[in-house]
Design a protein. Structure first.
Length: 270
């Protein structure tokens, strides 16, 4: 009887030792799939490793809406196509979409009356990530767009022509044609400009036009002028001019706002 108790005690002790050894190894290295133990042999374990759970990512995207003269636009509806999401700009022209599903490209459209602006945004290219928050069960990233959405008013247009002089707000000696040849004996070339658009559109805003003069590929000079809008047939009339100094070659004048070239005139000084 004593012999049986002795052997049972030895076996029980060996069992405890083996269990402790297995638990220690498994605790240190949870990736063990099998283990070899002297006398007992190889013990294999079931793989209970769970596949990593995919954490959902949500995006917030901030941007601005401005007009072609770089003025912020208030109360513009910005639609995120495909999501049914809508944001309305504040007094600084800012909009924000919050907690939208992760995606690489966003199709945005700005709407205000008859004015429209549509653009496809690739986040990696057209925005900067300003916040990356890891929550318990999700990730939230905030992006800011590099450039504003530019809203164009279809009623705004600019007409221009070249002439020898301006008298009483009217052009005299007009140089006709799309690319007129002008003699180098002409000392001054005038550019007569008319601006058309909704009356009062520029109220409370800084509305500027830039007239850039190019000779061949070289930019030589810029005129910057303040303008208004006039829906009448005469338009808002203004002008610029430049001394030619007998600089022969192909000339062009680009009349532009900050965000758009509105019209371009060409002439050749012979």
């Amino acid at each position: 009887m004593n012999e049986k108790i002795k052997y049972l005690s030895i076996g029980f002790g060996i069992g405890l030792f083996v269990c402790a050894l297995l638990l220690g190894l498994l605790w240190k290295n949870k990736s063990i799939q099998e283990i070899s133990i002297p006398i007992i042999g190889t013990i294999k374990f079931l793989d209970k490793t769970e596949a990593p759970h995919e954490v959902p990512v949500y995006l917030s995207v901030a941007g601005e809406v401005r007009d072609i003269f770089d003025n912020p636009r208030k109360d513009v509806a910005v639609v995120l196509k495909g999501e049914g999401a809508l944001s309305v700009t504040d007094g600084e022209g800012r909009f924000l979409f919050s907690d939208i599903a992760e995606q690489e490209q966003l199709d945005l459209e700005a709407r205000y009356g008859a004015e429209r602006s549509s653009v496809s945004i690739v986040l990696e290219r057209d925005a900067v990530m300003v916040k990356n928050m890891k929550m318990d069960h999700s990730i939230h990233r905030t992006y800011s767009l590099h450039r504003p959405l530019i809203l164009e008013n279809p009623e705004i247009r600019v007409e221009a022509l070249l002439c020898e002089r301006i008298t009483d707000h009217s052009p005299q000696g007009v140089f006709a044609g799309e690319n007129p040849g002008i003699s180098a004996d002409v000392n001054v070339v005038w550019c007569f400009i008319r601006v058309f658009g909704p009356l009062g559109y520029e109220r409370g805003k800084q509305t500027l036009l830039h007239c850039d003069w190019y000779l061949d590929r070289d930019h030589l000079y810029r005129h910057t002028i303040h303008v208004g809008f006039n829906p009448t047939p005469q338009g808002w009339r203004t002008h610029v001019y430049k001394n030619m100094n007998q600089q022969v070659g192909q000339w062009r004048i680009e009349i532009k706002s900050i965000h758009k070239t509105l019209t371009t005139l060409y002439f050749e000084l012979l």
